[in-house]
Write a protein that binds this ligand. Structure first.
Ligand code: HEM
Length: 491
């Protein structure tokens, strides 16, 4: 930083920050919950400060106004991804989410992926009762989840819902990406779920080679295993995409893969300009597959934990469902008439903040932030957890209170909802926000329409997360009672 300032003859200062040790920098000061440590550091250094993670300077941004400055007002300057070892091997630089090559062709890539998702959202359902194909897939999968919950409960009484949730969400993603759902015991399916889980575990502590680049030459398992898992997942996805390329029919869009092929064909046919080649289509499907899997299943795992921890909140959601949709299968459009349920989902996003940081950003040019000079290629962490627990925005932020999102007429306060930071904002904003919100809504309402969830007697519930890229709750068990037209059936 200082060298960059001197070489440019700038008079501005670099951002403040804690003193760092040689080689390791501030790595060991971050502790088990870095987002909390960074919140503490903010008290001393302000909204913008600089750390060193080993050899790499990292700019940390906190506070809603500063985050808006970085992601919206000065978005173009902060829209890159850092050249980290892990990011570089993900799809060999062709990834939409992780590629370090930010520029015109990346913008085209994001536009194409976003158009493909829209095309899919408009794809017609096979049955007449659903509004679209996506709604149909989600509805089918959550009915299966309820059946699995009932089976688990009749076998064991209390059970950990995590595997069943992961399989259900993985199946929605498979249906979305490849038009195909699997039986929960199918071998190929279980292998994909496991490989994805292994990949996440292997990359959830930051890879040391991301911060000490020369380590990438060492044959260490911690450094090389994410690549192995990623390649296995990519191989599986490539097979499906090749099959789609061979059987594609423009009048019959089956899933995102077909939608992507369609958008690329149309774009080339009308403009004869750049579009995505086959390997970029594979990496885009891989991006959507990876992004829609762990995020949604972790959110549901948290949601069920909050529901058994706060039975009175669960009862209010059930009342709202009974009073507004009764026994009719929930639909995406019902989000408008179930404001308390929507408030609950937003409070889970805010309170759990299970993605404490966005994917790291990187500056694309020399810039200035809060009066400090920030050179090009500076890795930037956006602390979303801090914004979601900021006392200047949220009244008593550590309380879990869905009602905070309702106004005096019990309608959803949309301007407060917009202050929850979980999908990022601006140029790098999550592409799947609508898909995720719709999917989570159908899962929660369908489960609560049919089942009452309870904590196991004498069990102690722990709402503190296990830190990772995506923060999961610690394992827990629940019990269920079946609801039929408002009556409870004990197992
Ligand atoms: C990126 C959150 C579900 C597709 C992101 C980012 C966040 C996020 C925080 C990074 C934003 C940034 O770097 O500034 C979530 C959450 C989800 C979810 C909380 C569920 C509750 C999904 C789903 C899909 C998806 C279902 C796809 C169907 C993507 C993609 C990116 C992304 C493609 C990369 C965008 C880019 O680099 O420009 N998401 N996401 N996400 N998400 Fe999601």
């Amino acid at each position: 930083f200082v060298r960059a300032l001197r070489s440019k003859g700038r008079k501005q200062l670099p951002p403040p920050g804690p003193w760092s040790f040689p080689i390791i920098g501030n790595l060991f000061q971050l502790g088990d919950h870095p987002y909390l440590t960074l919140m503490e550091m903010r008290k001393k250094y302000g909204d913008v400060f600089l750390l060193k993670l080993s050899m790499v300077p990292v700019l940390v941004v906190n506070g809603m106004e500063m985050v808006k400055q970085v992601l919206l007002k000065d978005g173009e300057h902060f829209a890159g991804r850092p050249n980290m070892y892990t990011f570089a091997f993900l799809a060999e630089g062709k990834s939409l989410s992780f590629s370090v090559n930010y520029g015109e062709s990346w913008k085209l890539h994001k536009k194409i992926a976003s158009k493909a998702l829209r095309t899919l959202s408009n794809a017609e359902a096979k049955s007449s009762t659903c509004s679209c194909l996506l709604e149909e897939h989600v509805t089918e999968e959550v009915s299966e989840l309820v059946t699995v919950f009932v089976e688990l409960s009749s076998k064991n009484g209390g059970f950990d819902p995590r595997n069943a949730i992961t399989c259900a969400v993985a199946n929605v993603v498979c249906a979305l990406c490849f038009g195909k759902r699997y039986d929960h015991s199918d071998e190929e399916f279980l292998k994909i779920v496991k490989t994805n889980d292994d990949l996440l575990k292997a990359s959830s502590g930051a890879n040391p080679a991301d911060f000490i680049p020369c380590l990438c030459y060492l044959p260490l398992q911690i450094i090389n295993s994410p690549r192995k898992f990623y390649q296995a997942l990519n191989g599986f996805i490539a097979l499906h995409v090749q099959d789609h390329l061979a059987t594609y029919d423009k009048d019959h869009i089956r899933d995102i893969t077909d939608a992507l092929i369609n958008v690329c064909h149309n774009k080339y046919a009308t403009t004869k300009t750049d579009t995505l080649n086959d390997s970029e289509i594979i990496s885009t499907v891989n991006d959507l597959f990876g992004a829609g899997f762990e995020t949604v299943s972790t959110c549901l795992y948290w949601s069920f934990l909050y529901l058994i921890h706060y039975p009175e909140i669960q009862a209010k959601i059930q009342e709202e469902i009974d009073g507004n949709i009764g026994l009719k299968p929930p639909r995406f459009e019902d989000r408008k008439i179930l404001p308390y349920t929507e408030a609950f989902i937003n409070e889970v996003f805010r309170h759990a903040s299970f993605l404490p940081f966005t994917i790291p950003h990187c500056t694309t040019a020399d810039t200035t932030l809060n009066g400090y000079f920030i050179p090009r290629k500076t890795c930037t962490f956006i602390n979303m957890y801090q914004v979601n627990h900021d006392e200047t925005i949220w009244d008593n932020p550590s309380l879990f209170r869905p009602d905070r999102f309702l106004n005096e007429n019990r309608e959803l306060n949309k301007s407060l909802v917009e202050k929850v930071l979980i999908f990022g904002m601006g140029i790098r904003k999550c592409l799947g926000e609508d898909v995720a919100r719709n999917e989570i809504f159908i899962f929660i309402t369908t489960v609560l329409q049919q089942l009452k969830l309870k904590k196991c007697p004498r069990a102690k519930l722990d709402l503190t997360p296990a830190y990772g890229l995506v923060m999961r709750p610690k394992p827990y068990q629940l019990q269920i009672l079946r609801l039929r037209g408002g009556f409870l059936t004990q197992f």
